[in-house]
Design a binder for this molecule. Structure first.
Ligand SMILES: C[S@@+](CC[C@H](N)C(=O)[O-])C[C@H]1O[C@@H](n2cnc3c(N)ncnc32)[C@H](O)[C@@H]1O
Length: 301
């Protein structure tokens, strides 16, 4: 049985109320996935000397690599909706003393506080999942607006159906996705957590050119490193809470409840054959250089 004193929601909300948006959680997720996450950022084509925006920067984990890619003649800007996240990023920028100029500010992707064509590239990781379809269209138009013609818009997001755990019923996560996305309890975020697979189409519809997309499976096997165990434990606790709230099959519920108790003797993450996998998707496009402007063109700036 789950000890209710041990079971947490695993929701990690920021002050804006958005789940999985709080600094400690974001740090753990990044560290557990660092090699794959950094490879994804390296793949998008950021060049030396560029001015780059990390849009929805969270705890700022990607910033040192962005700074490395743009080099000392480049510039990095970081923006996030949650003031406490921006405060942490501000402290980290002082501590890191990056080689290029860097600043962090509070703001929303829905109304970016930058002029048109201000950046050479934007990197926007793990945030489109929070938005409705209409908001996503609007945010992509904003990202396009602040990037110069020929510059890069790069987005990264999850496809929750690529989450796989073993040893367990192979359809455990699929059943949860089904009730979360098609059931009456569906939310913008549960629908958005499948948006990863469509990112390429979203960028094409935003008017970007030369669009490509690549999916990465982030696979971990027992024995897990402590940060991987922490990430997977909290992630599964969160999913187990959703399973409870959204009414999965009773047979699945027993499994999910067991996943909420990291102290249980038969806890899955301590199984010698534990396997955990999540799937992340990067899509990249270029703002058109010709007279036909991207959808993001506006009177701002
Ligand atoms: C899951 S975190 C991802 C953070 C970071 N990009 C990363 O990958 O580690 C989502 C972040 O988006 C921020 N966010 C959510 N809605 C936003 C908005 N409308 N404008 C700017 N930031 C937003 C949250 O505050 C949170 O820091």
């Amino acid at each position: 049985m789950t000890d209710p004193r041990r079971a947490t929601s695993g929701a990690h909300p920021s002050s804006t109320g958005q789940v999985l948006a709080e600094v400690d959680w974001l740090d753990a997720h990044f560290e557990a996935c660092r090699p794959e996450y950094e490879a994804m950022l390296r793949s998008v084509g950021i060049e030396s000397g560029w001015r780059v925006l990390d849009a929805a920067c969270g705890s700022g984990s990607f910033l040192p690599l962005v700074a490395e890619l743009v080099g000392p003649t480049g510039e990095v800007a970081a923006l996030d909706l949650a003031p406490e996240n921006v405060a942490v990023v501000g402290e980290r920028l002082v501590e890191w003393a990056l080689a290029c100029s860097a600043e962090a500010r509070v703001g929303s992707l829905t109304a970016l506080p930058y002029p048109d064509r201000h950046f050479d590239a934007v990197w926007c990781a793990n945030v489109l999942q929070y938005f409705t379809a209409e908001e996503t269209r609007h945010v992509l138009a904003e990202l396009c607006r602040v990037v110069r013609p020929g510059g890069v818009v790069a987005v990264k997001d999850v496809d929750v159906q690529l989450v796989r755990i073993a040893p367990a019923d192979p359809f455990l996560v699929s059943h949860l996705c089904d009730v979360s996305i098609r059931g009456p309890a569906a939310t913008a975020q549960s629908v958005g957590s499948l948006r990863g697979r469509e990112l390429r189409r979203w960028l094409e519809q935003a008017g970007l050119e030369a669009v490509w997309q690549r999916s990465t499976l982030i696979e971990r096997w027992a024995p897990l490193r402590p940060v991987e165990r922490r990430f997977w434990s909290e992630w599964l606790t969160y999913l187990a809470g959703l399973a409870e709230a959204r009414g999965v099959l009773l047979s699945d519920l027993e499994t999910w409840r067991a996943l909420r108790d990291p102290t249980a003797p038969d806890y899955l993450l301590d199984h010698p054959e534990f396997y955990g996998c999540e799937g992340q998707v990067v899509a990249v496009g270029r703002v058109p250089s010709g007279p036909a402007q991207a959808v993001g063109e506006s009177e701002q700036g």
